[in-house]
Ligand binder design. Sequence first.
Ligand code: UDP
Ligand code: MG
Length: 314
Amino acid sequence: MLLSIVVPVYNEEDNIKKFYSSVKDVLATLPYEHEIIFVDDGSSDNSAVMLHHIAEEDASVRVYLLARNFGHQLALTCGLDHAKGDAIITMDGDMQHPPALIPELVRHWEEGYDVVRTIRDSTEDASWAKAFTSKYYYKLMNLMANVPIVEGGSDFRLMNRRALATLLKFREHGRFLRGIVGDLGFKQAEVHFVAPPRFAGKSKFSVRKMLHFALDGIAAFSNVPLRMSFYIGLLCGLLSLLMILHILFVHFFTDDAVSGWATLGVAIFFLGGVQLICIGIIGEYVGRVFEEVKHRPLYWVKDSFHFDAGDEKK
Ligand code: UDP
Ligand code: MG
């Protein structure tokens, strides 16, 4: 039995050594062979060189260098595509996904679970803003998406070969792996953990990246925003009907003149705003359709160490 560990790395030069040695220590206690797959997501620091050194020393380490920064989800996908294990664990390289939890994930796998998900109960050092947005994001997702997205879900998880083979058939660009895994079915177990602070460095998720990730999740699993624009339109239609009735009443049954440049102005701006928002929502989906129909590769690799001749380069 082979255990694969898949780790996306983006400018983590201060974390790699610590991560590698802790994972190695934990894996040594398990009765399985292992491979560690590092995917360098276009780092601009020394990460790639360090990974190269590690791969030179340790034949169980394989490294893929992506040609540029593709983002966490696609870097993970590259690692998953190349993992050969019977059980595959994905985790972050910054120690926020504690390697000490690996034996527990493995135990659930031994008990016959296909997927072992982890739930982050809290993050020790998370800023108030991040904890708040993350909490409400999950609530919003669950309101909108048609698959359950567990609050605090993370990309630290174990999958067996069968579950992974199914996951790999999902080739969409705007990926939200948590949602896809939630949608897979199979026998899933859950493990709770508290994420320690990052060992070194800063979070690689800028506000922009977080927002895109959040939108990917919503757009990929829900058409509620599109429906909402329909209902807003309906509401506006009903309101205008009431206004028409009011105007007819004033005109025919009272002596007042129908007045109202103010109402007119407000109505024009309000409706203009609503329409632009709705076009924006539609545009968001159309843009995603465009992205997908181009069928471009999800990522491309510029170099790899311990790359097996039998593998097809993806
Ligand atoms: N990461 C990546 N590509 C990116 C951003 C992040 O491969 O564009 C990696 C990063 O090196 C880390 C993991 O994804 O191993 C999680 O990133 P981070 O710790 O910055 O996210 P956070 O824990 O703050 O959500
Ligand atoms: Mg982190």
